[in-house]
Design a protein around this ligand. Structure first.
Ligand code: AHM
Ligand code: MG
Length: 335
């Protein structure tokens, strides 16, 4: 039997990758793992107890918040506030960023931007959902309150990023810029165990994920791409297979493992796109690039975009390198 490596052990082993490491980032990653186990427990029980359904509030984007969104948001905020490594957070569920006020938190080096429970429209129908997180070193001075500038950093500045997928099994996948590793939660022992070491995204694939209902409202190049994927061509494996869960983490995770592309373009209804740059697109872009894939806005690298607002949206094209490049070609040709 091969040795089981828990997330905890793995994080400690990898601490040596950072020459001046003080263990704070490791502790922060462990805090995230703990909060995600709490959320996992609540997600699993959602059908049993009265925590399903809308909370009755709407968030800053005007979307109805589900109870579990709020529960997850609170679980992560509590873990960060008590952990002592984080001075402030921004999340999809909070209009403004939160600067923690305790002395211990103000001495924290990091900020975390996160979407506590993405794909929440899937909660009521038992489809996979996920948490997405992005960690940055603060810009403001240690010992002071976190600032907006701490939150609005380019994706290239990320120190670590990852996601948790609450699916047929629960997995945590993260990167610190030295490859991507995936851990599956063993519910019998309550530990994330290394199950997907050094994940590499296939250079190309046969799966495309796009909400085709939007095709008449977006860039005409995407219609051409959808035409291309349907053509018969055994040498490229076409026709490709359409796979769209409508749950970003699940769609990206599948493509990362099997090879594929995820597309969420701007449309006439959402001229800036739907997905949020700093807590949805950037962290997943960091993972995808570290696995050898690409994440762009149709032209430029997502991680090089200068964020201007907390809830800024962006077009998103992410996944296997050759597939993203093919979409770029279609977009350019239709211009
Ligand atoms: P959310 O942050 O409100 O959950 O919205 C993001 C979700 C993604 O998980 C998913 O990929 C996308 O919205 C689906 O959107 P659509 O239903 O428009 O296809
Ligand atoms: Mg979201």
């Amino acid at each position: 039997m091969s040795k089981v490596v828990t997330l905890n052990e793995f994080i400690l082993d990898r601490q040596d990758d950072f020459p001046f490491a003080t263990g704070e980032l490791s502790r922060l990653l462990n805090d995230i793992a703990l909060a995600s186990k709490i959320v996992n427990r609540d997600v699993n029980r959602a059908g049993l107890v009265d925590i399903l359904g809308a909370q009755g509030n709407t968030n800053v984007q005007g979307e109805e918040q589900q109870k579990l969104d709020v529960i997850a948001d609170e679980a992560f905020i509590k873990a960060f506030e008590n952990g002592g490594e984080v001075c402030g957070i921004a999340s999809e569920e909070n209009d403004d960023f939160v600067a923690f006020e305790s002395e211990a938190a103000m001495n924290g080096k990091y900020v975390v931007l996160f979407d506590p429970l993405d794909g929440s429209s899937n909660i009521d129908v038992n489809v996979s959902i996920g948490t997405i997180f992005s960690i940055y070193r603060r810009k403001s001075a240690i010992g002071t309150k976190a600032t907006l500038e701490d939150m609005l950093q380019k994706g290239t500045e990320q120190v670590a990023a990852g996601y948790v997928i609450y699916g047929s099994s629960t997995m945590l996948v993260y990167t610190t810029g030295k490859g991507v590793n995936g851990f599956t939660l063993d519910p019998s022992i309550g530990e994330f165990c290394l199950s997907h070491p050094d994940i590499k995204a296939p250079e190309t694939g046969r799966l495309y994920a796009i909400n085709e209902g939007n095709l008449n409202r977006c860039h005409p190049g995407l219609k051409d791409y959808c035409e291309y994927v349907r053509q018969d061509d055994p040498s490229t494996g076409r026709p490709y297979s359409g796979r769209y869960i409508g749950s970003l983490v699940a769609d990206v995770h599948r493509n990362l493992i099997k090879g594929g592309v995820y597309v969420y373009p701007s449309t006439t209804n959402s001229p800036e796109g739907k997905l949020r740059l700093i807590y949805e697109c950037n962290p997943l872009a960091f993972i995808i690039e570290q696995a050898g894939g690409l994440a762009t806005d149709g032209k430029n690298r997502i991680m090089e975009i200068e964020p201007k607002r907390l809830h800024q949206r962006v077009d998103y094209y992410a996944g296997s390198k050759q597939m993203v490049e093919k979409i770029h070609e279609c977009l350019r040709a239709a211009e």
